[in-house]
Design a protein around this ligand. Structure first.
Ligand code: SF4
Ligand code: SF4
Length: 108
């Protein structure tokens, strides 16, 4: 039991040598606009699905690009492809295409 009013979190360092990048490279090839993403979270804030579930599109595309694919397929199914995230992205990332291509690449 922690009595100090704070908790010690697990380390979240990334080991770039261990990161899988094959699918990430292919995603950037088919949807190069993702290179402009600044991780602002605007897509998540506007997402139709996020209001009803714990669906978080920013976390999903960040995990995908890092090669952390566990559970992503199931999470991506919650996206309705409504395109709201695409309208608000300040960097012009084609998030809808990003999602469609992440779904496709997870099967490859
Ligand atoms: S709104 Fe655009 S720039 Fe911001 S995290 Fe989403 S995809 Fe990236
Ligand atoms: S396209 Fe998907 S991720 Fe984007 S706002 Fe709609 S439900 Fe959310």
């Amino acid at each position: 039991m922690n009595k100090f009013g704070f908790a010690i979190s697990q380390g979240r360092q990334l080991n770039f040598d261990e990161m899988k990048s094959d699918k990430a490279d292919r995603l950037l090839e088919v949807e190069p606009s993702y290179k402009w993403c600044i991780g602002c979270g605007g897509c998540t804030a506007s997402c139709s699905a996020a209001g009803f579930t714990d669906f978080n599109i920013r976390r999903i595309h960040t995990a995908f690009i890092r090669g952390q694919y566990d559970g992503l397929e199931e999470k991506l199914r919650r996206c309705m492809l409504c395109g709201k995230c695409l309208l608000v992205c300040p960097r012009g990332v084609n998030t809808r295409s990003l999602i469609i291509n992440m779904r496709r690449l997870l099967h490859d």
